[in-house]
Design a binder for this molecule. Structure first.
Ligand code: HPA
Length: 279
């Protein structure tokens, strides 16, 4: 569904009216099985997606539908616990809406987390990857349709979409926390089926390090608005065909849960730095 700027603004105004003047500085979108971070936030307000007129509702397993406002490590956050995917039936243009609303709420950067399958065969399940770029060969852009000049230009640059500065900051935070992080290219597949082994081999040849079904529509929407993005992927499994075993969402969720303390410590350290440096 196409939305006008006024409709997006009225969704943001509705949210502002229910969150008591809370002004979030950073947005976070939590990936599959990574919603534990929400429980660390000192919550000031919480809205279910279903209660926000014009918002989308989460249907994917492991994705709650809550917009959480509160502070963590001195940073004011708005956190989407539950994200939206193309495979739920939303169009790419639909997927732009929540990110635009977060921007209208005042965020200055966006952290996106996700679960992904490791394509890079020298990596292991449990590894954390900072996204340095992505490859999206499927489907159209979230910016398909009339351009909304209020957000950005018709043709926009994506060179530094996954901000170099934020990645450097995240690497430093990881080092301080003794958390090893990798850096690589997120290869987007629309799902909901896991990829075929041949698709994964093709993705590796094309330069992908991790396979996943989310994040890129959000990152492109942010790039259109020049909103810096930090993408953090958890390798919940080796991608299809690397090991001689089938993939399952149970494996993904189990691995995500196991790695949650490391992901949470990393995000915590990052938002603390945002607060300290007034970013
Ligand atoms: N492929 C796509 N998305 C995923 C995977 C995968 O192997 N694991 C977790 N999310």
């Amino acid at each position: 569904m196409e939305r006008t700027f006024e409709q997006l603004k009225s969704i943001a105004d509705h949210i502002k009216g229910r969150t008591g003047g809370f002004e979030p500085e950073t947005g976070i979108i939590l990936g599959s099985g990574l919603s534990g971070l929400a429980s660390l936030i000192d919550i000031k307000a919480e809205l279910s997606y279903a209660s926000i007129p014009g918002f989308l509702t989460s249907t994917a397993p492991g994705h709650e539908g809550r917009l959480i406002f509160g502070t963590l490590e001195g940073r004011r956050l708005v956190c989407m616990s539950g994200r939206f995917h193309r495979y739920e039936g939303y169009s790419y243009a639909d997927l732009a809406m929540p990110v635009r609303v977060l921007k209208l709420l005042g965020i200055r950067q966006l952290i996106v987390t996700n679960a992904a399958g490791a394509i890079n065969s020298s990596w292991s399940a449990g590894d954390i990857m900072l996204i340095k770029d992505h490859i999206k060969l499927f489907g159209d852009s979230p910016m398909t349709g009339p351009n909304m000049a209020e957000f950005g230009p018709r043709f926009f640059d994506t060179t530094d979409m996954y901000s170099r500065d934020l990645r450097a900051l995240a690497r430093e935070c990881a080092g301080e926390q003794g958390i090893e992080v990798r850096e690589g290219v997120y290869f987007y597949f629309p799902g909901p089926q896991f990829e075929s082994p041949a698709e994964i081999r093709a993705a590796r040849t094309l330069g992908g390090d991790a396979a996943g079904m989310s994040t890129v529509a959000e990152a492109l929407t942010a790039a259109h608005m020049k909103l810096p993005v930090l993408g953090i992927s958890l390798m919940t499994n080796m991608a299809a065909g690397i090991l001689d075993q089938p993939l399952s969402s149970e494996e993904v969720n189990e691995a995500a849960e196991k790695a949650s303390p490391r992901m949470e410590a990393l995000v915590r350290a990052i938002v603390r730095r945002f607060a300290e440096e007034g970013l």
